[in-house]
Design a protein around this ligand. Structure first.
Ligand code: ADP
Length: 343
């Protein structure tokens, strides 16, 4: 008998960025962060987990990612497997009628319907889906926050993809990481007019991985200390209030300032790290022009560890925002995705 469970997980795009680890093996951050979860209509991971006593133990666990065998020997994937198996084993110890799934090899098949490792948060959706698929397979009675603790160990930002809407990852203070998990600040339905436009400036793999970029920033940037001690705590507080109040101007200002602050610490890293390129900077200028033209803030840009822009705007301003982007940058970008916020 083969036991099987499938799930999908969405991408999340941070408006207050995660950058810096205080513990690299547990993926514990140096600051809290906050993101918006996109709808799964466009960007999502689909993962199926299966296990069986008949799967050969000599092969062991495996992951087929986008049709290719993927290396799962890394400490992060292993930490997720271990955490999930331990929880399943505890259930089996309590109830001897349960089949011993925790002892069977795991087979995972996963597919991202968007570029992997290109700065579009495939690791976030990928690990969220991996953890939930196995938790479903094992029938674990775990809440999204508990699963977020496990997904965090796979990829920090993955802990935010277990919720829809507006999601905070609280950095926590414990050395073992048991209080470093995500919670939902507001449902998507709280602010249903919110939209995200993704400008795929480049779909190729990024130059400096987030993990190594973060480590270099933590080790060498003075500006980074200011960011984690002062800038981010202030941005988190202002952002949570902006979301509660549905105050787009405030949401937008914090989003843009936080992205700028993050990229400034990258430039302050020695040697410096540059994720944005000329097209990214043209997108920033386009947002400024759109807001100036409208006479109020109708669009906000944010950039992760890559050149691709995510533009937040409200549905009512779609024409001003999306129309202008197509006009100004149409030839310079590889692709477009217009997305709703996940409910
Ligand atoms: P991104 O910006 O897309 O998150 P990263 O380089 O940070 O890029 O992370 C990409 C890595 O995340 C992949 O090399 C793989 O290890 C992991 N990953 C991506 N998608 C999946 C998936 N669907 N299932 C499991 N792991 C995944």
């Amino acid at each position: 008998k083969v036991y099987r469970a499938s799930t999908t997980a969405p991408v999340n795009i941070a408006v207050v960025k995660y950058w810096g680890k205080r513990d690299a093996s547990l993926n514990l951050p140096t600051n809290s962060s906050l993101s918006v979860t996109l709808s799964q209509a466009d960007l999502r991971t689909l993962t199926t987990a299966s296990c069986s006593a008949s799967f050969p133990a000599s092969v062991g666990d495996s992951l087929l990612l986008n049709g290719e065998p993927s290396d799962i020997s890394g400490a992060r994937v292993q930490a997720c497997f271990r955490e999930l198996r331990t929880r399943r084993a505890a259930l089996e110890a309590q109830d001897s009628s349960l089949p011993p799934l925790s002892t069977y090899p795991l087979r995972l098949v996963s597919e991202n319907n968007f570029p992997t490792a290109a700065g579009l948060a495939s690791s976030a959706a990928g690990f969220a889906a991996l953890v939930r698929a196995i938790a479903n397979l094992y029938e674990l009675p775990a809440s999204p926050s508990e699963l977020s603790l496990i997904a965090r160990q796979g990829s920090g930002s993955a802990c935010r993809s277990l919720f829809g809407g507006y999601v905070a990852w609280r950095m926590g203070s414990r050395a073992d990481g048991t209080d470093s998990m995500a919670d939902q600040v507001a449902e998507a339905s709280h602010w249903p007019e919110m939209r995200a436009l993704i400008l795929v400036v480049s779909a190729s793999k990024k130059g400096v991985s987030s993990t190594s970029g973060m480590q270099q920033t933590v080790a060498t940037s003075g500006l980074f200390q200011e960011r984690i001690s002062t800038v981010v705590p202030r941005n988190m507080a202002t952002m949570e209030k902006a979301i509660q109040d549905r105050d787009f101007a405030s949401f937008a200002e914090v989003t843009m300032r936080d992205s700028n602050s993050f990229h400034a610490t990258c430039a302050d890293t020695y040697p410096p790290i540059f994720y944005m390129n000329d097209v990214s900077r043209a997108a920033i200028r386009a947002v400024e022009a759109i807001n100036a033209e409208a006479g109020r803030t109708v669009a906000a840009y944010t950039f992760d560890a890559g050149p691709n822009a995510v533009i937040y705007y409200l549905e009512a301003d779609a024409e001003a925002v999306v129309g202008t982007f197509y006009h100004v940058l149409g030839g310079a970008v590889d692709g477009w995705k217009d997305d709703k916020i996940k409910g």
